[in-house]
Design a protein around this ligand. Structure first.
Ligand code: SF4
Length: 353
């Protein structure tokens, strides 16, 4: 039985395989095109590849390891996908339409080790890292499941965020490997400018990511008071707010690029005017923008969402200090679209579309 997933392969890997099989190199490009551009799930469907080559490929590799267990459509157009791994563990992806954009949010781990106090995924604990191929496969499956427009064609995914289950930079190899396949001309071909990686602030990996890729970086901040952030985001014990922001000041940002700071608004916890002023002062001198994100309360969770008016006032205060601030809309709340919610609320739902 084939045990290696072909979606783990780069063009170079495929070229080496072709060489070992005595095949011309261009076959590797044809195979990569079928896998990543056409999203072929069975070697028999690779029409540009001769039958003997398809048979050899099928003897050496399989295609993909994920299944789509559940698809949920929200009234606001958000689509949530629950993917099953071979051992039955589940991860999530979310398609979020916004005007001409269609953004896919992918997961990088089963569960998460970061233990953020306001997050549904944290309640699952850490399972394991997803592989490069499993992250890429979420894109391929979501692309095939994207909503069909009035003209009968599927909507195209325009943006990609690494903001689903897991801390992407804790799974550095999987994340950067997937970015490689997703952005390569031989791979999926997404522009790195349309990819955002969101992190709780693993400082060394943030620096490495910006040196090794051209993707956009988002840092989940949510508090600047050290004690409060330690309570909300235990990673602060490893990298203090002061250390994190000092590192952000020194990041090798390309010209005209900004870091995004995400700030989850928790009612009565981090949404007071003086906390907005503290945030404004803390970000002074950093080329950045702030996304104020509504909290999606999970059942039994200890936090509530801030009122819209509180979020608007918080943003206004930031703007008085010339900090670019936006208040994000909550999306897909009728289908538990916040990261980890669908899995955390129970996986025993039937597949549907
Ligand atoms: S917010 Fe992100 S990093 Fe924190 S526990 Fe949830 S998935 Fe992990």
């Amino acid at each position: 039985m084939a045990s290696i997933d072909a979606l783990e392969l780069t063009l170079g890997d495929l070229e080496r395989w072709c060489e070992a099989e005595g095949l011309p190199r261009y076959r590797a490009s044809q195979v990569a095109h079928s896998l990543y551009r056409q999203g072929v799930r069975d070697f028999a469907e690779m029409q540009t590849v001769p039958r003997e080559v398809r048979q050899s490929l099928a003897g050496a590799y399989g295609i993909g390891t994920l299944g789509v267990r559940h698809v949920a459509h929200a009234v606001d157009g958000t689509t949530k996908l629950l993917f099953a791994l071979p051992d039955g563990a589940t991860i999530e992806g979310v398609l979020i339409p916004d005007g001409r954009r269609l953004t896919l949010c992918v997961s990088t781990q089963v569960g998460c080790a970061m233990d953020c106090a306001f997050c549904a995924t944290a309640t699952l604990g850490f399972g394991r890292h997803l592989t490069r191929g499993q992250i890429v496969e979420q894109f391929l499956l979501a692309r095939a499941a994207a909503p069909v427009g009035s003209d009968g064609t599927r909507d195209v995914i325009t943006n990609l965020v690494f903001m689903g289950m897991g801390e992407p930079l804790h799974n550095y190899e999987g994340t950067v490997g997937a970015i490689g396949t997703l952005t390569a001309p031989w791979g999926v071909g997404v522009s790195p400018r349309r990819i955002t990686v969101s992190t709780v602030g693993l400082v060394p990996q943030m620096q490495r990511l910006l040196e090794e890729t051209k993707v956009h970086l988002a840092v989940s901040l949510t508090a600047v008071d050290e004690a409060l952030r330690r309570r909300l985001m235990p990673v602060t014990r490893r990298y203090s707010v002061a250390e994190l922001l000092a590192a952000c000041r020194k990041l090798p940002l390309p010209r005209r690029k900004r870091i995004t700071f995400e700030y989850v608004m928790l009612a009565g916890v981090n949404d007071a005017p003086e906390q907005a002023r503290a945030l404004m002062r803390a970000l002074h001198g950093i080329r950045c923008k702030v996304n104020l994100m509504p909290h999606n309360p999970c059942p039994g969770g200890e936090f509530a969402r801030s009122e819209d008016a509180v979020g608007a006032k918080f943003a206004d205060i930031l703007r008085t200090g010339a900090v670019h601030a936006t208040v994000r809309e909550s999306r897909g709340s009728d289908i538990a679209a916040a990261c980890g919610q669908l899995v955390a609320e129970g996986e025993a739902r039937p597949a549907q579309d």
